[in-house]
Design a binder for this molecule. Sequence first.
Ligand SMILES: [Zn+2]
Length: 148
Amino acid sequence: MSSVNSSSVSRDRVAKQRGIPRRCNCGKAVSCFTSRTVENPGRLFHSCPLGSKQDKTHLFKWTDKSVVEEIEDFQDLFDVLLVDNSEFQKSMGAAESMMKCNNSKIEEMENAIAQCEEKTTKCIRELRIIKALFLCCLVVVFMYLIFA
Ligand SMILES: [Zn+2]
């Protein structure tokens, strides 16, 4: 339990330095070195050029830990992307069904417009017939008035 606490505390302390560090808090660019100590032979680490074993204020970080953090962060990002992708797929599905619905409404409207055009044409034809009948009646009335 105490080891979990200490690791979370140290993680908080270097929260800005997650993953492979680029700069030390002093502003200097960090470099990668290989350890030549008996405890960690050949182990890679990132360190500030101004740092030393005595001066703990400058950055020192084992590269394998940095790489693990990079992989963890990438995994988190990947999980977010997976969630985003599934959300995107859902919204795409909703958009497609909405588009199908709109297409069927457009088709209904086109049918209604076609029916209106047909009715208008029929009305115009009937009005012409009524006009012709009215003219015939008028002619008959005139002839009646003239010859009667
Ligand atoms: Zn430094």
